[in-house]
Design a protein around this ligand. Structure first.
Ligand code: RP5
Length: 181
């Protein structure tokens, strides 16, 4: 179902590409301890009715599973991957190395280095393996960017994004108006 949490992307019916209810976004993380940081982004995906799949794919604890998920995602109809990890955050980059899909990395603040370690681990990818990177713990922007990417092929998501932007603009203008009066 759109916006419903699912376990993994490994389903039986891999045929039709953008079939309704089929996950378009894979949200994966290095550990279930990253899940609270992803909540805001998952709420955005639900708000926009984006069907997504959730998984845990640790670059260090489950490297073979991580690579399999990355390898199979495109064939399962996934269009964008959001990958969150903290500390030595190799997950987004490794996923990116194994899929032709756009990958958005979310650096998670998980250690005494306050997320700077995660950010630098994700953002400094070598030429040839692009991996988008949002701010530390900013799963909201990861979800919004994923929806913008979907919007390039699915007009409804682009219209919804335009409305989101207009609503945001209106809300800020209204706050300013209240301050001025
Ligand atoms: C990373 O290590 C995970 O993405 C998480 O942010 C961090 C800590 O993992 P746990 O020890 O809490 O499972 O791989």
């Amino acid at each position: 179902q759109p916006g419903q949490i699912q376990n993994g992307v490994h389903s039986e019916d891999d045929d039709d590409d953008v079939a309704e209810d089929k996950p378009l976004v894979l949200v994966t993380m290095g550990s279930d301890s990253d899940l609270p940081v992803l909540k805001a982004g998952l709420d955005i995906l639900k708000e926009f009715n984006v069907p997504y799949a959730l998984d845990i794919t640790s670059a260090h604890r489950t490297p073979k599973y991580m690579m399999r998920v990355a390898d199979e995602a495109a064939g399962k109809g996934i269009k964008v991957i959001i990958a969150a990890a903290g500390g030595a955050a190799h997950l987004p980059g490794m996923i990116s190395s194994e899929t032709p899909l756009p990958v958005i990395g979310v650096p998670v603040k998980a250690t005494h280095l306050d997320g700077l370690d995660s950010l630098l681990s994700i953002v400094q990818m070598p030429r040839g393996v692009p991996t988008a990177t949002v701010g530390i713990n900013n799963s909201t922007n990861a979800a919004l960017l994923a929806i913008r990417i979907l919007g390039t092929i699915i007009p409804d998501y682009q219209s919804a994004m335009k409305k989101y932007q207009l609503d945001m603009e209106e809300a800020v203008i209204e706050k300013g108006t209240k301050l001025r009066t």
